[in-house]
Ligand binder design. Structure first.
Ligand SMILES: [Zn+2]
Length: 293
């Protein structure tokens, strides 16, 4: 191994040393580490080293086990550092960092990954452009399913994509760019003005999560018929407990409650206790709330 004293001053060795220093900075390790990793790869710090390193046969996939798996360099830092070692200029290597390039140059994966209701306008516009206003976006648990969406984006260039698509045996909806899954809010059956958080009402100090919606609707109707029937905590908790046990609370049998329920049911006006908020990017009020009562 070359030491400081006997370093030849050939320009290729200087170039190699410069690349090692730059790569070391990017990878956040000492230059000596980079040198030893390169040696493990068979690239020595001599005149032949640069040619060997630059050769097409010296590949990233060969270096990765040494730098990343054994050497502990994080993979993204390794890739950028490796590009520098291979002789790409720092500027061109830095292009690997997606965020620094214009969106139009991003890969489909990068554009889709950056997409969502809060995405930048440029990302949304690029999605529209690439998809040519066809539907191809799939969500999973409220976030973009990147893998499926990219597949459908590519597929959509050759064939029409239906409204629904099967992902691992599950039928999912396929959206156009700018359309997002509907977020549904639930109201407390007793407190009209309170939205449940995972089923919990902050005013009831209790959870309605285990109560099916049809029973919640009956509670709401009871509340409309006999206002304040469950105004104290004790009563509310008893009511919820009975409902959880599958019992029919007595209040449901009260004349006014039954009458109002039948009336509303007949007119198709039973309270739904659900509010839909669909966010749509780039236009109007993103949290337009459709009230059902
Ligand atoms: Zn409540």
């Amino acid at each position: 191994m070359a030491t400081k004293q006997d370093v030849p001053t050939s320009s290729s060795l200087e170039t190699l040393k410069k690349r090692v220093d730059e790569a070391a900075t990017i990878m956040k390790i000492k230059p000596a580490k980079v040198v030893s990793f390169l040696e493990a790869l068979g690239v020595d710090q001599d005149d032949a080293g640069l040619d060997l390193l630059s050769a097409e046969t010296t590949k990233e996939e060969d270096a990765k086990p040494i730098f990343v798996d054994k050497g502990g360099v994080p993979v993204a830092k390794f890739r950028l550092g490796w590009a520098i070692l291979k002789g790409e200029t720092k500027a061109s290597a830095a292009k690997a960092e997606t965020s620094k390039r214009p969106v139009s140059q991003w890969s489909d994966e990068d554009v889709v990954s950056a997409y969502g209701p809060d995405a930048q306008i440029t990302v949304i516009a690029e999605m529209k452009k690439r998809g040519d206003d066809r539907r191809f976006v799939v969500f999973k648990d409220g976030v973009v399913d990147v893998e499926t969406t990219v597949t459908l984006l590519r597929l959509s260039r050759r064939q029409a994509i239906p409204d629904t698509y099967q992902v691992k045996g599950e039928l999912v909806r396929v959206y156009r760019v700018g359309e997002f899954p509907t977020i549904q809010f639930e109201e407390c059956p007793i407190h009209h003005d309170t939205l449940l958080v995972d089923g919990y009402c902050d005013k009831c100090k209790a959870s309605w999560a285990k109560i099916p919606n049809d029973k919640r609707v009956m509670v709401r109707v009871a509340e409309m018929a006999i206002h304040g029937f469950a105004s104290d905590v004790e009563r509310r908790l008893n009511l919820i407990e009975e409902l959880e046990e599958g019992k029919m609370p007595k209040i449901f049998e009260a004349g006014q409650v039954k009458m109002l329920y039948d009336e509303l049911a007949q007119d198709g006006k039973l309270p739904l206790l659900k509010r839909r908020a669909s966010s749509s990017a780039g236009g109007g009020d993103p949290f337009f709330v459709h009230r059902n009562f």
